[in-house]
Design a protein around this ligand. Structure first.
Ligand code: SME
Length: 159
């Protein structure tokens, strides 16, 4: 079966509205976590050409790198460290317009300039985070936040 995405949209919002139902259809009732996270990262990369998009998963007292698309990245992040570790400890989405202004930002790549991190919550517990990085300052806004939260809320229930 072909699994091609059709990327249609002139604005960011149109792209999210176009791609989210396709991601849901692609995952369907598949429950394998690695397969699903890998396809979500790939679909977001294909639709938006983000610099880096991927997942970190909670394992014991740290986040461990999961499926992603983009350059190689840091493998482990402690609770409260960097944007990812803070999104985990606060259990909330963090939008960082300029990573240089974020105290404790973990620079996996010097090319990463702005970032958004959305927690994956299952029964109120953070089980991982979605991290999206851009090579442009101020590249994420409330539209990204709203649709990526929608996606992660749905995804958490399918893992
Ligand atoms: N910048 C992140 C680390 C992960 S990479 O960007 C892929 C942070 O500060 O948590």
């Amino acid at each position: 079966m072909a699994e091609d995405l059709t990327i249609i949209g002139n604005t960011k919002e149109e792209l999210y509205l176009n791609i989210l139902p396709q991601i849901k259809a692609l995952i369907g009732d598949e429950k394998d976590q690695v397969a699903n996270l890998a396809n979500v990262a790939a679909a977001l990369k294909e639709a938006f050409n983000f610099f880096w998009v991927g997942f970190y998963l909670v394992k014991a007292d740290e986040l461990v790198l999961g499926p992603f698309q983009g350059p190689v990245a840091c493998t482990r992040i402690k609770l409260g460290r960097g944007v990812c570790g803070q999104a985990w400890s606060k259990a909330e989405t963090l939008l960082v317009p300029d990573v240089e202004e974020f105290p404790g930002h973990i620079s996996c790549s010097s090319l990463s300039k702005s970032e958004i991190v959305v927690p994956l919550l299952k029964n109120g517990i953070v089980i991982g985070v979605l991290d999206v990085d851009s090579d442009k300052v101020n590249d994420f806004d409330e539209i990204d936040k709203s649709y990526l939260i929608q996606l992660c809320t749905w995804l958490s229930e399918h893992l």
